[in-house]
Design a binder for this molecule. Sequence first.
Ligand code: ZN
Length: 305
Amino acid sequence: MLWMIPGRRLLKEHDCTLIEIKQEIPGFDHFIGSWVYRGNINLVVDVGPANSAGKLIEALMKMNMERVDYILLTHIHIDHAGGLAEFLEHFPMARVVCHDKGIRHLVDPSKLWEGSQKVLGEIAEAFGPPEGVKEKMCIPHTQAQAHMKNLVVIETPGHAPHHLSFSYGKNLFAGEAGGNYFPVRDMDYLRPATPPRFFLKDFLESVDKLMALGDQRICYAHFGDAPNSRQMLKRFRAQILRWKQVIQKEMSPGSNDLVMRCVDSLLEKDHDLKAFRYMDPDTQKRERFFMANSVRGYIGFLQDA
Ligand SMILES: [Zn+2]
């Protein structure tokens, strides 16, 4: 488990580290970041929100990272791709690998911003509105291998319809396809990120695709890593099915406060969430917010089923 505080450490060759991009939102410490790989080619996986793009650029400068060859986008949500336009101004030689169906939203992010405001409310305002980027800066994911022959691109729809995962140099950049995973004191915490619209089958198929790869280090967007991807994904797969059971049980007709009751029930029954009780109140508030969103995904899915 490691992340780095900007400016504290220089990357070695072939090093791959998570840089935290500090947010000005209570409870959002150690939650938003970019994975940075330095080798023959330099990679940055996700660039964080628009409002904090300057902080990421500054952190990379302090690491003497003067060249970024590729930005790999796991998905286009504003906490992952919002800072792209400013980032590309500072690293104009960098090219952006993105799902081919997501590129138009990078070029014109107006709909993406509208949707983000609806779902995230004041969190979206804190992240800031993304600006458009030139289409010629983007490489459709289907063509990425022609640029980087050692890059494995895996389509992992679920958290978002155009979510991608990447394997490079024995690192599996899973974005949110393997959930959110981070340390809490001497424990760890694993939570599904399944906002509406959530489709269980697609989600599980994506997890299975990642499990079928060789065992490697798994790098989570939110927020940390683990040395053994297969074991972590197996654990996550079981949790996805556990949530279905718990939520299904709570769904009796005419019940009030269904979402919050499901969140409470999951916190009580899911051992992978056990570390919740040791989080500070602001972090708990953030986690409740995102859990509620994930639960809404499940409820929508189960109502349609
Ligand atoms: Zn995210």
